[in-house]
Design a protein around this ligand. Structure first.
Ligand code: ADP
Ligand code: TRP
Length: 330
């Protein structure tokens, strides 16, 4: 079974990325062959400064390694090291209906805000489909916001297979050149809330970054928006963002204690935030140390990405050859 996913190097990775997606990648390394990549071609739609993109691509590789993606057990690579993806992107775009892309929420959100989208953002789901289909991926672990993109990928793969493979059966997915992937989304962590209670996202400026200095991480946690219930009064855990984040980091027993403190009153939001910081620190401090190691050993990191790209290209070449034969380019 092939498991594939990626994140854009468009800012610092945050708790939403980790609990919503990357933790599942780490767990799934034991289940099949994992392909995990840094989506720097996608990041071009928002990062316009070349040095920022270079640094963030390298930095995201350090983040992945520090979080526990193990190059002995999975393939780590940067998207732009695989030129095959750009060719598949084009071929897929020729079978992708405009109407499908017009429904895309990244594009719709931007235009709804009155911003003019560029072609890259409009066509983004096709590149994401190429990322997934190029490696015959079976399972794509992501947060809920990416569900629509995986559905589009499935639609595009079916359309290609129906157009070019006479034995393709859309019911079973058999007989096609492109394998039909499935999303893997954990209900309990599908949407992690940010500082303002909305979905945590780099583009909303409401994140708790994982690899900033402990001081800054604490400062962000202290700025989580809470209601104005006073210290002595009982508080509702189920509407509180601090509690939603504590849930990710506490054992069942610990969480029951936190819940009891919310309900009985006498503990202020500042205390709960401090407890959250302590748990974040306990969970991530080894990763902070690892991250500093990789940052200081760029040759090691670059060699891992190179080896990953070599392996990824082997698979990509074979799939692209079959695609080219199916549509008459070979
Ligand atoms: P961002 O929205 O911050 O730009 P990305 O789009 O790079 O994050 O997301 C990388 C991965 O992390 C994706 O699989 C995405 O679904 C997941 N993810 C991002 N934010 C969250 C969140 N708040 N809750 C759950 N999953 C998330
Ligand atoms: N679009 C994803 C995001 O913003 C990143 C991504 C690009 C991706 N290609 C992918 C995720 C392929 C999974 C599979 O989070």
């Amino acid at each position: 079974m092939r498991i594939l996913s990626g994140a854009q190097p468009s800012g610092q990775l945050h708790l939403g990325n980790y609990f919503g997606a990357i933790r599942q990648w780490i767990d799934l390394q034991a289940t099949g062959e994992g392909f995990f990549f840094i989506a720097n071609l996608h990041a071009l739609t928002s990062v316009r400064d070349p040095q920022t993109l270079r640094d963030a691509t390298f930095g995201t590789a350090c983040d992945y390694l520090a979080m526990g993606l193990d190059p002995q057990r999975c393939v780590l690579f940067a998207q732009h090291d695989i030129p095959e993806v750009s060719e598949l992107n084009w071929i897929l775009s020729t079978v992708t209906p405009m109407a499908l892309l017009e429904r895309g929420h990244s594009f719709k959100d931007k235009t709804a805000k009155g911003l003019r989208a560029d072609h890259g953002l409009f066509a983004y789901p096709v590149l994401m489909a190429a990322d997934i289909l190029l490696y015959h991926s079976d399972l794509v672990p992501v947060g809920k916001d990416q569900k629509q993109h995986i559905e589009m990928t499935r639609d595009i793969a079916v359309k290609f297979n129906l157009t070019y493979c006479k034995d393709f059966d859309p019911q079973t997915g058999e007989g096609g050149v492109l394998r039909i992937p499935k999303p893997y989304i954990m209900d309990s962590t599908a949407v992690i809330p940010g500082l303002d209670g909305e979905k945590m996202s780099k583009s909303y400026g409401n994140t708790i970054p994982i690899f900033d200095t402990p001081k800054k991480v604490r400062k962000r946690i202290m700025s989580i928006v809470t209601d104005s219930t006073s210290l002595d009064d009982p508080k509702d855990p189920d509407t509180c963002t601090v509690y939603a984040l504590l849930k990710l980091l506490c054992s069942e027993e610990e969480l029951a204690e936190q819940r009891a403190d919310y309900v009985k009153g006498g503990v202020g939001y500042g205390h709960f935030k401090q407890r959250l910081f302590e748990r974040v620190e306990a969970h991530f401090s080894d990763m902070w140390t690892q991250r500093a190691y990789y940052q200081d050993h760029p040759d090691e990191v670059n060699a891992i990405l190179e080896a990953g790209a070599t392996r990824a290209r082997e698979v990509a070449r074979e799939v692209l050859d079959n695609v080219q034969s199916a549509c008459g380019l070979r």
